[in-house]
Design a protein around this ligand. Structure first.
Ligand SMILES: NC(=O)c1ccc[n+]([C@@H]2O[C@H](COP(=O)([O-])OP(=O)(O)OC[C@H]3O[C@@H](n4cnc5c(N)ncnc54)[C@H](OP(=O)(O)O)[C@@H]3O)[C@@H](O)[C@H]2O)c1
Length: 317
């Protein structure tokens, strides 16, 4: 049985592409179908915009759908219909989701369909903007620190690229695990990254920064790389037998007994639920610096791709 808030319209506005690599434009797409078992329909309130959306636009990240298609892989909104076999998600609830493979259309749209197991309730005190923007960074940080690096309290962890949105979440997650966090950041980001829990900031503009980290720490127990082509440098700061995770898909072969893991964010509703509670509790913070309407999605992605000083960009319907 389907529980539903509104009737099914004929069309919805969405921001997406007519072909992979094409310009992002406002599309009129068929309105969402009723949810199948295990699905919910969500009226989008805010959708995250990140570097990864460029990978979806160009077809480099296959999210399971073909153009013409709405982009967008993280969003928050209000549940408008619930399919069968779904428990704990009610019509009217504010939820967030990173749901792939994408059902029908991405979430840069007036509404989207998500797999119920990939959806999390947004706790009181967390805005739709922040929930949307935190979804992929928080899941990625969780999977890097817990699944790939097995970070334990008292260990020393390097975050390479801590000045970014995901980079900042990696710092906060490592600090919340009780690790001593060493972070690479530019001078303009140093204070912000320190406030997120890094004990030591190393300026990545100094070419010998990995040696500096080794001199400071004797080699970190674990490192996570968040910079394209930065994994080999990050590996140079890891102790023999340590661990490296890279979230930019360029795994090096450092030897010295270092374990290397490539992390690609995986949807997970229960873990997102926990991470959003940490956001509500103030353990994690995220700043949303810019909101754009769907009509300006191309400009929003351009802005996100060029970095916003560690702050996030969202789209609104
Ligand atoms: N695998 C996955 O599932 C996954 C998930 C999320 C993100 N990602 C990827 O991870 C990367 C980082 O994401 P993000 O959200 O943090 O990006 P972002 O917000 O765009 O990060 C930009 C920041 O990176 C810093 N930076 C630039 N070049 C640097 C360098 N050479 N060394 C150290 N820091 C440098 C700058 O900070 P300063 O102010 O310090 O200069 C800049 O502000 C992106 O490529 C993204 O696509 C992958």
């Amino acid at each position: 049985m389907v529980t539903q808030l509104n009737g099914w319209g004929n069309e919805m506005k969405a921001a997406g592409v007519r072909q992979f690599g094409g310009a992002i434009e406002l599309l009129d797409l068929p309105a969402q179908r009723p949810p199948q078992a295990g699905e919910v329909v969500v009226a989008m309130r805010a959708a995250g915009v990140g570097n990864w959306d460029e990978l979806v636009r160009t077809g480099t990240w296959d999210t399971g759908i073909q153009p013409p298609m709405a982009l967008g892989v993280e969003a928050a909104g209000v549940v408008t219909a619930v399919g069968g076999d779904v428990s704990g998600l009610d019509v009217g609830a504010l939820v967030a989701a990173h749901s792939v493979p994408v059902r029908d259309q991405g979430c840069w749209a007036e509404s989207f369909i998500a797999a119920a197991g990939q959806v999390a309730p947004v706790p009181p005190g967390v805005t739709a903007d922040k929930a949307a923007a935190a979804t992929i960074p928080a899941l990625t940080a969780d999977q890097a620190m817990v699944d790939a690096l097995h970070v334990q309290a008292g260990q020393t962890v390097l975050v390479h690229g801590a000045g970014g949105v995901t980079g900042g979440m990696l710092v906060q997650h490592a600090a919340s695990c009780g690790a001593r966090v060493i972070a690479t950041a530019g001078a303009g980001s140093a204070d912000r990254v320190r406030a997120m829990g890094a004990t030591t900031i190393v300026d990545y503009h100094q070419p010998d920064w990995p040696e500096r980290v080794r001199a400071l720490t004797g080699g970190v127990d674990a490192a996570v790389n968040a910079i394209p082509d930065g994994a080999a440098e990050a590996a140079a700061s890891v102790r023999d037998g340590g661990r490296l995770a890279t979230i930019t898909g360029d795994p090096p072969h450092p030897g010295r007994g270092i374990t290397v893991t490539t992390v690609t964010v995986i949807p997970n509703g229960p873990r997102l639920t926990h991470l959003l509670m940490l956001l509500a509790a103030g353990t994690f913070t995220i700043e949303v610096a810019a909101r754009y309407p769907l009509e300006e999605a191309a400009a929003a992605l351009e802005r996100a791709r060029h970095g916003m000083g560690g702050a996030a960009v969202v789209l609104t319907p």
